[in-house]
Design a protein around this ligand. Structure first.
Ligand SMILES: Cc1cc2nc3c(=O)[nH]c(=O)nc-3n(C[C@H](O)[C@H](O)[C@H](O)COP(=O)(O)OP(=O)(O)OC[C@H]3O[C@@H](n4cnc5c(N)ncnc54)[C@H](O)[C@@H]3O)c2cc1C
Ligand code: SF4
Length: 510
């Protein structure tokens, strides 16, 4: 039967059962489309990363003998809309059946369902064969439960997939080594230079410019860093195991002015495009660990496995459980606009200057920069979660809505009222000062709460607790902070509030 199979830009799974045999009756379709470049303003490195990886994937399928129809962004006959592209190919090639892999984004899922309804041939959707869990598994696991704790989901996953288990007990006698994973990095151990693929992407960049796609951020087109084919992804995974894994857990929560990546793997783009599967990442890391147990402590490995087997699958499950309502949630009723410096990095606040400039230059920031610097400031200044989401969805190379919105709107902005995080991830300068060296070189003083040179995070923090008090009154995890707030004398509180209001009214001045 003549079949058309759609491959989306984040479905570059070369191990998918679709490709097990070459069948001349099967046509594959891949397309660079305006509908995908324009639904949010993306970082230029993100557009380049997706298009290059898609082109490489199409090429490798063709080399295996598969029939691939590939539409480039500048092709004159590219309609740029999925339904038009699909319908045209069906007519042109007398297609009798349409197949697609289940998309990971709600937007595309809905669109494909609509397209299928409008086709007068049979249609089939299949799994992407990428995740450990199905879309529904998390919902089923938590059915009837009030709290959707990541920790219980993670333990279930460890047991179910027999990962780091000794019988029914966790290897090393503990499920969680988080307590030992909170070191500040102060120059040692030495961090080797990141693995960068330094490719020349100038000609694709010209095509993107010619198509007049509105992007932001910078790119060195002669030295494009990100992996864009499977071999490069495997190389990056190997580099992580050999070089970074021995210290991953220790410095997971650290930041430093001289080190943009620390011991982070930078594997999220490779995984989110499905060039690498989470199970092969975990299996490779575990194999490396078991072969090197004398050099690598279990805490480093567990910290990493937790991120992928726990957080990544948990966020995906929550996305499908809570969408589409989730995308509208704004439980803290935050309405302020995003500061202009999010687009330029132009601020005197050193932590934000470093984290945002790095995001604009690399299309990457590590988790703690995203959560405890940038997200923390956006939440403390009570920024509209729609604007925060749009920024995060655009700026990071790995940003796809299922994992971006759950992390941003949920974990970072507490806009879901506590579905994901049991308390908001906010902090004053104390935490930032403890975990890195940003404060040392800052125009502001981390220890001061009021006055022109006081760190803005301090006043914002107490003001946030005070203004959002009604939302936290019944939250036991917030009770200590709320008690401290209640102990502040009215004069001090007033001064903090006044300074916070000045910052919120004009964050770009600070
Ligand atoms: C506000 C905010 C927005 C985020 N947006 C995204 C996003 O758009 N896309 C994205 O992939 N991740 C996102 N994250 C999660 C996390 O920050 C990134 O996955 C991580 O920084 C990617 O870098 P890495 O590959 O070096 O990760 P590492 O630190 O090396 O971690 C290894 C892997 O674990 C997984 N992982 C770690 N933390 C999370 C998490 N919280 N949720 C899901 N997976 C996780 C990732 O696949 C990552 O590659 C966001 C976090 C925050 C706080
Ligand atoms: S003093 Fe405040 S603004 Fe400056 S780096 Fe530290 S936390 Fe950031």
């Amino acid at each position: 039967m003549k079949t058309l199979r759609l491959i989306l830009g984040d479905q570059l799974n070369s191990k998918h059962s679709w490709y097990r045999e070459v069948n001349p009756e099967v046509h594959y379709l891949m397309a660079e489309m305006r509908q995908e470049t324009d639904y949010v303003r993306h970082h230029i490195q993100k557009v380049v990363g997706f298009f290059t990886s898609m082109r490489n994937f199409a090429k490798s399928l063709k080399e295996l003998g598969h029939q691939v129809h590939y539409l480039k962004i500048t092709d004159d006959d590219n309609p740029h809309e999925l339904d038009k592209i699909i319908k045209r190919l069906i007519d042109q090639h007398y297609i009798e059946k349409f197949e697609y892999q289940l998309p990971d984004e709600y937007r595309l899922d809905r669109q494909l369902r609509e397209i299928c309804k409008s086709l007068n041939i049979s249609t089939v959707s299949v799994d992407t064969e990428h995740f450990y869990t199905s879309r529904e598994e998390l919902g089923e696991f938590f059915r009837g439960k009030k709290q959707l704790l990541m920790e219980s989901f993670y333990r279930m996953m460890r047991k179910k997939h027999n990962i780091m288990m000794v019988g029914t007990e966790p290897e090393g006698g503990k499920w969680n080594f988080d307590q030992s994973n909170r070191k500040k990095w102060s120059g040692s151990p030495e961090i080797p230079r990141e693995l960068s693929f330094d490719k020349d992407v100038s000609s694709l960049l010209s095509e993107i410019e010619q198509a007049q796609i509105d992007t932001f951020g910078s790119i060195d087109a002669k030295k494009y860093a990100w992996p864009t084919n499977r071999n490069e992804c495997l190389e990056l995974l190997d580099f992580f195991c050999m070089v970074l894994l021995p210290h991953f857990g220790d410095y997971q929560d650290a930041f430093h002015t001289d080190e943009r990546f620390l011991f982070h793997s930078r594997l999220s783009f490779a995984m989110n495009t499905k060039m690498l599967s989470p199970s092969e990442v975990i299996d490779t890391v575990l194999e490396h660990y078991y072969n090197n147990t004398e050099e690598i402590d279990i805490s480093q490995v567990e910290g990493f496995i937790r991120q992928i087997l726990g957080w990544r699958e948990y966020m995906r499950g929550l996305y499908w459980k809570e969408m589409p309502e989730y995308a509208q949630l704004n439980k803290l009723e935050n309405k302020n606009p995003l500061p202009e410096f999010f687009w330029t990095g132009n601020t005197k606040m050193n932590c934000l200057k470093h984290s945002i400039t790095q995001s604009l230059e690399e299309a990457y920031a590590h988790h703690i920069q995203r959560l405890m610097i940038i997200g923390n400031f956006a939440l403390l200044t009570q920024t509209d979660p729609d604007e925060v989401d749009a920024w995060y969805l655009g700026v990071y190379i790995d940003a796809i809505e299922w994992v971006e919105i759950t992390n941003t709107r949920g974990m970072s902005q507490f806009a879901d009222g506590g579905i994901i995080a049991t308390k908001p991830y906010v902090s004053s300068a104390n935490y930032i000062n403890k975990m890195g060296n940003y404060c040392k070189e800052c125009s502001y003083k981390a220890s001061k709460k009021t006055g022109d040179d006081a760190c803005p995070f301090n006043a914002l923090y107490w003001n946030f607790l005070e203004e959002k008090r009604k939302h936290f009154e019944n939250n036991r995890r917030m009770s200590m902070m709320m008690n401290l707030l209640d102990k502040k004398n009215p004069e001090e509180l007033n001064a903090l509030r006044q300074r916070a209001q000045e910052i919120i009214a004009n964050p770009d001045k600070f």
